[in-house]
Design a protein around this ligand. Structure first.
Ligand SMILES: [Zn+2]
Length: 145
C-alpha cells in the first residue's frame, strides 16, 4: 500500500469540519505545493440530500482552484465525510469521482467514539486505498544501534 503523508494540521482541519456537521456530509479541497499538503478549503455541500451525498458548490470550487493556481499550488486531495457510513467510497462516490490524480479522503463519524479518515485513489471506478501517515514527517531512517 502506498503511504501518503498528511500533516497533522490538515487532518485536524478536516476532522473538525466533519464534526461540526454530524447530520450531513461536508466536503472540501486540500492544496499542495510540490506534493506536500499545504492547506484546506471548505466547500459548501449543495447536494439536495446532503445527509448521504456531497456536491461541491461549483463557484466555491472554482474560486478555490483559482486561489491554488495563483499561489503556485496544485489540487492534492478531495475530502468529504460520511455521517452514517464507513470511511470507504460509496457506489455514488465511485460513479461521480472525476479526479484520477487527486487523493480522496473520507472521514467517517460512524465509528463509535473514534473519528476515522482513510485515503483512496479512484480511477476508472476502481479504488486503491493508501496508508495515511499522520503527524510529523519522518526524516531519513536511522540505522539501529
Ligand atoms: Zn462518500
Amino acid at each position: 500500500m502506498a503511504i501518503i503523508h498528511i500533516p497533522l494540521n490538515i487532518t485536524h482541519f478536516i476532522l473538525a469540519h466533519a464534526q461540526r456537521h454530524e447530520d450531513r456530509e461536508v466536503c472540501g479541497l486540500v492544496a499542495s505545493r510540490k506534493g506536500n499538503p499545504t492547506r484546506c478549503f471548505e466547500i459548501a455541500n449543495v447536494a439536495p440530500d446532503p445527509a448521504t451525498r456531497f456536491e461541491m458548490d461549483p463557484a466555491a470550487q472554482i474560486n478555490a482552484m483559482r486561489a491554488m493556481r495563483e499561489a503556485g499550488e496544485e489540487l492534492f486531495a478531495i475530502y468529504h465525510s460520511h455521517p452514517q457510513e464507513p470511511a470507504r467510497p460509496s457506489a455514488i462516490d465511485l460513479a461521480e469521482s472525476a479526479y484520477p490524480n487527486a487523493l480522496y479522503l473520507i472521514v467517517s463519524l460512524h465509528t463509535a467514539g473514534v473519528l476515522e479518515m482513510r485515503g483512496y485513489y479512484i480511477r476508472k471506478g476502481q479504488t486503491e486505498e493508501v496508508e495515511l501517515s499522520q503527524g510529523v514527517k519522518s526524516g531519513p531512517h536511522l540505522s539501529p544501534g
